[in-house]
Design a protein around this ligand. Structure first.
Ligand code: TMP
Length: 207
């Protein structure tokens, strides 16, 4: 059994295929003999899944600060219950969304203070930050169309196109600041092509 370890996140706009691609990537690593934990935010724990329901329920009129704190409540539980123990056991942890989503959605799109987000990171993360992040990038309208076709309609899918454009722009700005960690993947391609791009980038850059 290989003992490679690390923490890898998948990020992107609605409908960019993170859930599918992060699972396929976990399967690929398992096939290579790695010990892998696949998880997701918001969620990843029983408590996190209850918080997720509150966050995504379309009829909840939620204050932006309440929303931010609920994402961090879910994340605190996720880090302590799932991510840290797995990292300590030298497993590779793959998460479908993490803190870059908060910076993009609550920071860039909702307009909340980046200083508050940074302070919450300092409190909640216990130095747990992704070693590598795949940013699945594609046209916002096309992503929203994919989700509508899949009958996915949560509180965020009901936001305006302009909101989702700010999310995409936010992800681009994060990627510009951290080009070493964040790998941009063209998610407009077929499922197989996207998986191929992810594996290629991983094999070129993972040590
Ligand atoms: P999902 O549809 O990828 O499971 O994510 C649920 C929604 O939560 C998605 O619209 C993005 C949003 N989100 C945030 O706004 N901030 C966050 O920190 C995270 C993790 C997700």
């Amino acid at each position: 059994m290989s003992r490679a370890k690390g923490f890898i996140s998948f990020e992107g706009i609605e409908g960019s295929g993170k859930s599918t691609q992060s699972r396929l990537f976990a399967d690929y690593l398992l096939g290579k003999g790695h010990d892998v934990v696949h998880t997701a935010e918001p969620g990843g724990t029983d408590i996190g899944l209850k918080i997720r329901k509150l966050l995504l329920e379309p009829n909840n009129h939620m204050d932006a600060l309440t929303e931010l704190l609920l994402y961090y409540a879910s994340r605190a539980q996720h880090v302590q219950e799932v991510i840290l123990p797995a990292i300590r056991e030298n497993k590779i942890v793959i998460t479908d969304r993490f803190t870059d989503s908060t910076v993009a959605y609550q920071g860039y799109a909702r307009g909340l203070s980046m200083d508050i987000i940074q302070s919450l990171n300092d409190i909640v993360l216990s130095d747990v930050t992704p070693d590598m992040t795949f940013l699945l990038d594609m046209d916002v309208r096309e992503g929203l169309r994919r989700n509508r076709d899949a009958m996915k309609e949560d509180r965020f899918e009901l936001e305006t196109v302009a909101f989702h454009e700010r999310v995409r722009q936010g992800f681009h700005e994060i990627a510009e600041k951290e080009p070493g960690r964040i790998k941009i993947i063209d998610a407009s391609k077929s499922k197989e092509e996207v998986t191929g791009q992810i594996i290629k980038v991983f094999e070129q850059s993972w040590h």
